[in-house]
Ligand binder design. Structure first.
Ligand code: SF4
Length: 470
């Protein structure tokens, strides 16, 4: 996006504050456009003939620096690219790196079904959400078009995940496209040898395509050829060499392409990037599966950080998938907003009126840690979650987001006194300095819990139920 402030965007809007977009003013709408929370189409007056020039220019200026493309269809379709910055803290990253795990056309039917099932159903609970896999890459190992088609048909019938069709043979790719073109698969790949045939295919089937070359001049030239022919749903693969100098050079190519796209505005390379950490298996071989999977995850981590928008992987062992997917989740959080949960009064287990009442903040990581420490130790209790704007306990006490007024308000608005027959509140050890003031303001007895919620079970043995008078 070339426009850096809502005021710059506002200059292209009609400026009548008519409210048709649902916002009270054009400036408010401009702020939401900047955050990509509204579509330009909502400003219907801008589509009048007299604003045609401004609308066209604004649409160009609002477009992300890196083209956003979509693979797959339906609920699990996945957007990749669409980024505007080199570093997350400059704004945010918008689309998480898509992780595609492979199957291949020499697998027997049972093995294939089982692997597709495992990939499709994989999920891991993490900070209030389930991490999942983004796509399946179907590789042609046999080189046989009929066998590839059969494999694609079987996979497409079993999963709703987006599909990547992998072969450098245009006949094999076409056999796959005949089976699954309606699933909007990503074709992998066109290179300097097959580009004419693959260009014809992707124009005919209207699907996105990956261009491959470790030589950046060749890669740029392929991108220019495809875009000039009207194919702009492109992904660039500058090669992922698995070890040593080759790996260092691969990383350098990713940096150079993304810097050229965002800082130097070289339009020819403003496309999502593909990494293939699966190449670790070519270095170590299946007979060294553990080393290969470790090294594959290490390569993946390098390119998740900079700047792969999609990658193809092989190991579906938990030690690989959890590490890769968790890293993606962490890199692609929005730095403008702490990850938070809804405030409120939670019941953990089956609390009675005698149950302890703990307090915590609505920073997601804090909340899920405390909730897990209490529930996994089977402590039936109430957990009062207060709205500290997603800030953790220690920082919220220091910054004033966690304060006596907030605690008093939470006790009252969630009608906590109607749930328990005592008036004892357990606050985190990191909020100890609020204890006296909270007792004065609320009339509740305050016990200071441990600094680390993992110690709550120990703390309970000596502190709960509270001794009379405390
Ligand atoms: S619809 Fe367009 S002109 Fe009307 S308030 Fe919204 S941004 Fe302004």
């Amino acid at each position: 996006m070339k426009l850096r402030s809502p005021m710059e965007i506002w200059g292209y809007l009609p400026g009548t504050n008519c409210g048709e977009c649902g916002e009270k003013t054009c400036l408010a709408f401009a702020s939401l456009l900047k955050e990509r929370k509204r579509k330009l189409e909502l400003c219907t007056p801008l589509f009048e003939a007299r604003y045609a020039e401004k609308r066209k220019r604004l649409a160009e200026l609002l477009a992300p620096e890196i083209r956003e493309i979509e693979i797959g269809v339906g609920a699990r379709a996945k957007k990749i690219g669409g980024e505007d910055v080199l570093h997350r803290h400059e704004l945010t990253f918008f689309n998480r790196t898509a992780l595609a795990y492979d199957v291949w056309d020499t697998m027997d039917a049972e093995e294939l079904n089982e692997r597709v099932r495992r990939i499709t159903e994989w999920r891991k609970f993490y900070i209030g959400d389930f991490l999942t896999v983004d796509a399946i890459a179907i590789r042609s190992i046999s080189g046989d078009a009929g066998r590839f088609a059969e494999c694609v048909r079987a996979v497409a019938a079993q999963t709703d995940l987006p599909i990547v069709l992998c072969s450098f043979d245009a006949n094999v790719l076409e056999a796959g496209l005949k089976e699954a073109a309606d699933r909007n698969p990503l074709v992998y790949a066109a290179d300097k040898a097959n580009w004419k045939e693959v260009l014809g295919l992707v124009k005919r089937y209207k699907v996105p395509v990956t261009l491959f070359s470790p030589d950046l001049d060749t890669l740029s030239s392929l991108a220019l050829t495809f875009s000039s022919a009207g194919v702009t749903n492109l992904v660039l693969d500058p090669g992922t060499y698995p070890t040593g100098e080759g790996l260092a050079e691969s990383f350098s190519r990713f940096l150079r392409i993304r810097r050229a796209a965002i800082l130097e505005e070289k339009k020819v390379v403003t496309y999502p990037l593909m990494a293939v950490p699966l190449t670790a298996w070519m270095r170590y071989g299946a007979e060294n599966a553990l080393e290969a999977s470790y090294w594959e995850a290490a390569i993946a981590s390098v390119f998740i950080i900079k700047y792969a928008d999609i990658m193809i992987l092989h190991s579906i062992e938990p030690h690989s998938m959890i590490a890769e997917r968790t890293l993606v989740a962490n890199i692609y959080t929005d730095p403008r907003r702490p990850v938070s949960v809804e405030p409120g009064l939670r019941e953990i287990g089956a609390p009675t009126e005698h149950a302890p009442l703990f307090l915590t903040t609505n920073f997601a990581l804090t909340y899920y840690t405390v909730e897990s420490d209490i529930s996994s130790n089977k402590i039936d209790s109430y957990l009062l979650v207060v709205d500290t704007e997603g800030i953790g306990v220690e920082a919220a006490v220091a910054g004033g987001q966690l304060n006596v007024g907030l605690i008093k308000e939470a006790l009252e608005s969630y009608k906590v006194a109607e749930k328990v027959n005592h008036k004892t509140l357990v606050i985190p050890g990191l909020a100890a300095r609020l204890s006296g003031e909270t007792e004065d303001a609320t009339g509740w007895t305050v016990l200071v819990g441990p600094r680390d919620s993992g110690r709550i079970p120990d703390w309970m043995t000596t502190n709960w139920p509270p001794k009379s008078g405390s």
